[in-house]
Design a binder for this molecule. Sequence first.
Ligand code: NAP
Length: 256
Amino acid sequence: MGVFTSKTGLVMGVANDRSIAWAISEALYQQGAELGFTHLPSPSSQRRVRRLVEPRGARLILPCDVQSDADVARVFDAVRETYGKLDFLVHSIAFAPPQELRNPYLQMSREGWHLAMDISAYSLLAACRAAAPLMTAGGAIVTISYYGGEKVIPGYNVMGVCKAALEHSVRYLAWDLGQQKIRINAISAGPMRTLSAAGISGFDRIRDHFTQKAPLGRNVEPSELGTTALYLLSDQSDGVTGETIHVDCGFSVVGI
Ligand code: NAP
């Protein structure tokens, strides 16, 4: 018996076995959770996700482009049909046009800014609204942020602005969802080598600097994001909502 035995959750944002959402899924599986997954509608995204989650016996694997209200509605209808309820949700999704990320923030186009905000910040709100009616016995939601939402990280650009919006959305959503005993929190993760990170210019420099400045003198392990998500999604954190917890080896508490 694990802490999540008989608990059902939806994980949005697994691209491959390096994804933060996969590290969280592994931790949840170890604790007995039943997990459903979404992936982008492209055949390659579907292939990558199915290869990972089918061997784990996932009963719900569905395409979902979070820019589409119809996709989001269809996914949560399917969650209702498949499981009848939802105990938790993992939102681990972000995107900004790579060519625009490479330019100075000052040059960001209106279209690129809207696209990044839509996928990286608004999608949390859309997913929460659809998930809440299924969380009839209360629930817990986790999303993934980064320090670039608090301080300027050159090269992180519009994504930092998206993370600021995401973290403040978490606070407003905590207020709206609290009445239904649904908690929502963000994990602010240290830099991880994932597909998304490949789009951030100077990412290797960011990681090198991280290990020099972080009090623990090392990078974060994916499993450490998994265990913090377990805490936030379980009743171990029953009194915690609207928070952003840094899992960054202490990087964010150091000035110089
Ligand atoms: P990842 O493995 O590339 O995950 C990002 C996911 O977002 C992918 O599954 C991607 O799908 C999905 N996605 C992009 N656009 C989407 C859309 N329109 N609809 C639905 N899904 C969409 O990278 P990751 O690093 O684990 O990123 C997960 C989260 O962690 C992101 O919010 C990221 O900003 C955050 N984060 C990352 C780091 C880091 O250093 N890596 C640090 C702190 C926070 P496809 O792969 O199929 O395109």
